[in-house]
Design a protein around this ligand. Sequence first.
Ligand SMILES: Nc1ncnc2c1ncn2[C@@H]1O[C@H](COP(=O)(O)OP(=O)(O)O)[C@@H](O)[C@H]1O
Ligand SMILES: [Mg+2]
Length: 217
Amino acid sequence: MAGERPLWDFPDGTLADREVAAYLVSDATGWDVVPRTWWAEGPHGPGMVQEWREVDPEQDAVDLVRSGTTPEGWLEVFDGLDDRDRPVTLVHEDTAPLRRMAVLDVVINNADRKGGHVLAMPGGHRHGVDHGIAFHHEPKAPHGAVGLGRAATDRRGDLGGDRPAGRGAWQPGGGAWASTSPSTRSRRWSAARSGCSRPGSLPGPHGGWPPIPWPPF
Ligand SMILES: Nc1ncnc2c1ncn2[C@@H]1O[C@H](COP(=O)(O)OP(=O)(O)O)[C@@H](O)[C@H]1O
Ligand SMILES: [Mg+2]
């Protein structure tokens, strides 16, 4: 935490706080999206620590393909042009782990779900990492989630038979509750609650900022 500088659009709280809170919410779902994350004392003072998970280098859950060549079982997020003006499409696999991750992103209001933040594990499991900019009180997830899994949840509402378990983390005294600051707790709480019923669609570009996390990987 010692090296952190406040972000202009996340002026209160810390990245480390939000990383731990994201783990606690993930843990409450029972979906094992976020690797175990906790507070610890390091050589430079307090901070957060996260278990390292060895990815399968042969697998990708998110990819960039030539437009018109989206593989079977994958979903398209958006089209664009590459550095030589060739049409390309950002795609992701349509799997239960990514659908669950998309639900978690909406609940924690994640502003930073990009390709590199999806870890493809050997057995087909997928972890999400880098949740330092989540829990904003304004809706960020539609911009932040690169639509990962979103198309899948919109289309089928199918979470692979799973439903989030245990809402205890958000109850007063629960882990996620305890790790948000009292001054913003109620706004963050209502944002998380409304996130659960927010319809998902990608926003159009506006204001000079990319409408998605940039770069998307
Ligand atoms: N717990 C983890 N296990 C394995 N790889 C990780 C883990 N956390 C991060 N990574 C890898 O490190 C990269 C950078 O980490 P990230 O948390 O995104 O840092 P930054 O905030 O600098 O972007 C990620 O994109 C991912 O590839
Ligand atoms: Mg990152």
